[in-house]
Write a protein that binds this ligand. Structure first.
Ligand SMILES: Cc1ncc(COP(=O)(O)O)c(C=O)c1O
Length: 365
């Protein structure tokens, strides 16, 4: 067979490595012939869904045969009020991933440059390559973004700068003054994306809420998600905040019904359940302390993290350690695809899950 159409695919796709999601537990257990395993691989919320979200989802079933509100009117209104912006500033996404992808489709194309840091979240290069843009990656400093190096790599062709704050998979974060100065110094025609997927977890007084700067920088796009601290990863809902003219452009490429009615209802219910959010963050804080202490007891280095995960330097190839952990029913995430072959990323779980991970890691090592 002569698949001549393969040569006709968009140019950036030939070398694009697709995003590799964590395996579902059920599939893994089938493969390994085990049961009762725990998943600490995808930075999910270990609390399970909020009761308020469950109720909202049940109520939504009556409208299952109807299309969702394509404009997500109520959700955008509530999000806008929380951030003290106009609803015209809000772009909803099928996860914040979707918004990142819209940004690439609007502001990048062949010949344009996409600028991000080494170890930055994998979707930035993926979405950029899909639209044929040229990738520009600056070396990290202490695993984090080197804003000076990023500034120095700006060219006439730069279309988008991507900054994850905190970053995944490293958990590194940028402080208020450094980030603001960087955005100030970026040319006004270059879009600066500040991806705040893990915002709610950060407990540092110096940590910026970049959405407060939207009025100052029309080229700023801030993304947030309901997948992490709000516990809605399965439903896929996130959003972008930007100048209304930017949101207007993003909405031109947005699929009309990209956030379904269950996701919209759940996100609204999640926003009302501040107690759930508080508990999520509290459990994360405690779990982080537990993991850090355990990892230190094992004599291992780790990257201090502001997110809901910890990336540990095993000092040796993490691949076999990951495999051995799997056999003990503990699923974590090796990050060799990020150029960190000795590191293992573990998401913060419930106390018993963290203890089980530490115990298994101790056994394996
Ligand atoms: C830094 C960062 N940004 C964005 C996302 C996308 O999340 P979602 O599409 O679930 O909102 C993730 C998911 O892990 C992430 O780590």
């Amino acid at each position: 067979m002569n698949n001549r159409f393969l040569g006709q695919a968009a140019p950036g796709l030939a070398s694009l490595q697709p995003y590799v999601p964590g395996k579902p537990l059920s599939e893994l257990e089938r493969e390994l012939g085990i049961t009762g395993s725990i998943k600490l691989a995808s930075n999910e919320n270990p609390l399970g869904p909020s009761p308020r979200v469950r109720a909202a989802l049940e109520a939504q079933i009556a409208d299952l045969s109807r299309y969702p509100d394509g404009g997500a009117f109520e959700l955008r209104r509530v999000i806008a009020a929380r951030h003290d912006v106009d609803p015209a500033c809000v772009t909803v996404g099928n996860g914040s991933n979707d918004v990142l992808d819209m940004v690439a489709r609007v502001f990048l194309w062949a010949g344009r440059e996409s600028l991000f840091s080494q170890y930055a979240f994998a979707v930035y290069p993926i979405s950029s390559m899909a639209v044929g843009a040229t990738l520009r990656m600056t070396p990290a400093v202490d695993y984090g973004h080197d804003l000076g190096a990023m500034r120095a790599m700006l060219t006439e062709q730069t279309g988008v700068i991507w900054i994850a704050n905190p970053n995944n998979p490293t958990g590194t974060r940028l402080g208020r003054v450094a980030l603001r100065e960087f955005i100030e110094s970026a040319p006004s025609q270059v879009m600066v994306v500040v991806d705040e997927a893990y915002f709610e977890y950060v407990r540092d007084g110096d940590f910026p809420d970049a959405s407060q700067w939207l009025g100052d920088f029309p080229n700023l796009i801030v993304t947030r998600t309901f997948s992490k601290a709000y516990g809605l990863a399965a439903l896929r809902v996130g959003y972008g905040l930007s100048h209304p003219d930017v949101a207007d452009l993003l909405n031109r490429v947005r699929q009309p019904f990209n956030v379904d009615s269950f996701a919209q209802a759940a996100a609204l219910a999640a926003l009302e359940d501040q107690e759930y959010l508080r508990r999520s963050v509290e459990i994360n804080d405690q779990g982080m302390q537990q993991l850090v202490a355990g990892v230190q007891r094992l004599g291992l280095e780790y990257i201090p993290s502001a997110g809901n995960f910890l990336t540990i330097d095993l000092g040796r190839d993490a691949g076999p350690v990951d495999q051995a952990l799997l056999r003990l029913g503990v699923v974590t995430r090796p990050v060799s695809n990020y150029g960190l072959p000795n590191h293992l990323r573990v998401s913060i779980g419930l106390e018993a899950e963290n203890a089980r991970f530490l115990d298994a890691l101790g056994q394996v090592l």
